[in-house]
Design a protein around this ligand. Structure first.
Ligand code: PGA
Length: 249
């Protein structure tokens, strides 16, 4: 199975109904993108975005889900509810969730299992802090986050892994190509032990991806696309990243 490239946008807590005009522009510019295009808006926009993209091959995802199917969890959203609203993906274990909500690898694995159960593709995020990189711990951190965050039933069909160095998110700083290549090679290697079809699992890079650096990043071995925050909010920026991914072949 060839790995289908994926340009994934994470809107975080940005956007409202008026912002969906950006999706219209993206669809108009890339009616047949030649790679998979995903937008993960705030959950309240999923249903409207789904309706708005009926004629456009843009996939929609959530940014988190609860591990339970339903119940007394005020403020939380289940994987089934995301799916029901029109999502086909969910981002899990983003560093902002790990840092601001204390999510552990075990929490992420439980959420990913719930996402799989609901028929969602889980984008599981891993990444080192700057202090961990400076201490030479990057590869150990990535390996241990992968070991703890990827659930038993993960396959290439239901799981994508995103490498997002915490220090590169929203900072305009990116690792060197060699640093990205080193981590992505490790991720591919570590997947062999966990997933039968490891060679087919898509691996994304995330952290300050922009139209200006996307081509270079997409040329790195084992980089099958990007998870994009700030530059996913404007169709002109995200469209440039989609075009770069398409051109990367
Ligand atoms: P950024 O965010 O592209 O704004 O750096 C990436 C992310 O958090 O997924």
């Amino acid at each position: 199975m060839a790995r289908r490239k994926l340009a994934a946008g994470n809107w975080k807590m940005n956007g409202d109904l008026a912002t969906l005009a950006e999706i219209d522009a993206l669809c108009a510019e890339h009616p047949e993108p030649g790679c998979e295009v995903l937008i993960c808006p705030p959950a309240v926009l999923i249903h409207a975005m789904k309706a708005r993209t009926a004629d456009c091959p843009i996939a929609i995802g959530g940014q988190d889900c609860h591990h339970a199917v339903s119940g007394a969890h005020t403020g939380d959203i289940s994987a089934h509810q995301l799916k029901d609203a029109g999502a086909s993906y969910v981002i899990l274990g983003h560093s902002e969730r790990r840092a601001h909500h204390g999510e552990t690898d075990a929490d992420v694995a439980a959420k990913a299992a719930a996402a799989h159960e609901a028929g969602l593709i889980a984008i599981i995020c891993v990444g080192e802090t700057e202090a961990q990189r400076d201490a030479g711990e990057t590869l150990d951190i990535i390996a241990s986050q992968m070991a703890g965050s990827i659930p038993e039933q993960a396959t290439a069909r239901n799981t994508v892994i995103a490498y997002e160095p915490v220090w590169a998110i929203g900072t305009g700083r990116t690792p060197t190509n060699d640093q990205i290549a080193e981590v992505h090679a490790l991720m591919r290697d570590r997947l062999q032990a966990r997933v039968a079809d490891a060679a087919d699992v898509r691996l994304l890079y995330g952290g300050s991806v922009k139209p200006g650096n996307a081509t270079e990043i997409f040329a790195i071995a084992h980089v099958d696309g990007a998870l994009v925050g700030g530059a996913s909010l404007k169709a002109s920026d995200f469209g440039g990243i989609v075009a770069a991914l398409q051109a990367s072949g």
